[in-house]
Design a protein around this ligand. Structure first.
Ligand SMILES: C[S@@+](CC[C@H](N)C(=O)[O-])C[C@H]1O[C@@H](n2cnc3c(N)ncnc32)[C@H](O)[C@@H]1O
Length: 232
């Protein structure tokens, strides 16, 4: 390539990817209004002894609740540097984190599989991946991830956990027999759901267990684990 020609834009800098991510991160700012609308239900639920999450869940159908651009980029880099080919996500919402991970899969020659139980969100996530030019390297499985991921073939090289927090352990255990040696596991909301996610953090941090884990002070807290278990 002649020296005066810039290299072709790729990865997150590919024009379709960066434009779609910019639009979606901008739209996700509306989440604030969704949460404001949920406030009366949260307060009433509190008085009736319900958790914030239980009360807010009906309102979250319209909420993106996405990863931040910094965390999205970190996952993209982690997947790329570990040459992760098979990338799986629990909880895709409208597809923001999916785009970061599918962009990595395109570069490693792999495949991204997301999951979303809300039909409308799953369909819009697929459209957003298409807009980003990433359809060929990605799929979103609609329905409960406990069922949609059960038939998945290994080896899985990268897992991102971001669905409802009480399911991080069951989903991880479902995928464990299919993890490749050294697989990366990232999980969001470690600080914002500290109490609910304590059993998960204890599980991936257990010195007698199968993971090496660190927790990073990014966004609402991110755990990063490496699977030291058996070859799948
Ligand atoms: C925090 S949002 C995901 C945000 C997304 N990862 C992003 O960064 O753009 C969590 C999503 O998980 C989905 N979800 C929760 N439980 C699920 C389940 N059992 N199976 C599939 N999706 C689930 C919810 O519908 C919600 O859209």
């Amino acid at each position: 390539m002649p020296f005066d020609m810039p290299p072709p834009a790729h990865g997150l800098n590919a024009p379709q990817v960066s434009a779609t991510l910019a639009r979606l991160h901008q739209e996700a700012r509306q989440d604030r209004n969704v949460l404001l609308r949920a406030l009366p239900a949260i307060l009433t639920g509190y008085l009736k002894g319900r958790s914030t999450f239980e009360s807010a869940e009906p309102y979250l159908k319209d909420a993106y609740i996405p990863v931040s651009p910094d965390f999205g980029r970190l996952m993209y880099l982690a997947a790329l540097s570990s040459r992760a080919r098979n990338i799986v996500e629990f909880g895709s919402s409208f597809g923001i984190s999916a785009i970061y991970l599918a962009a990595a899969a395109r570069e490693t020659g792999g495949q991204f599989i997301g999951t979303e139980k809300d039909t409308r969100k799953a369909q819009i996530a697929l459209r957003n991946l298409e807009e980003a030019g990433l359809s060929r390297w990605s799929d979103i499985r609609e329905g409960d991830a406990r069922e949609s991921l059960a038939p998945l073939q290994g080896p899985i090289d990268f897992v991102f956990l971001d669905g409802w927090k009480d399911l991080y352990i069951p989903i991880l255990k479902l995928l464990e027999p299919k993890l490749s040696p050294g697989a990366t596991i990232m999980a969001d909301n470690i600080f914002s759901f500290r109490k609910t996610l304590k059993p998960f953090v204890d599980y991936v941090s257990d010195p007698a267990g199968h993971y090496e884990t660190t927790t990073l002070n990014i966004g609402s807290g991110v755990s990063w684990s490496v699977w030291r278990g058996e070859k799948c």
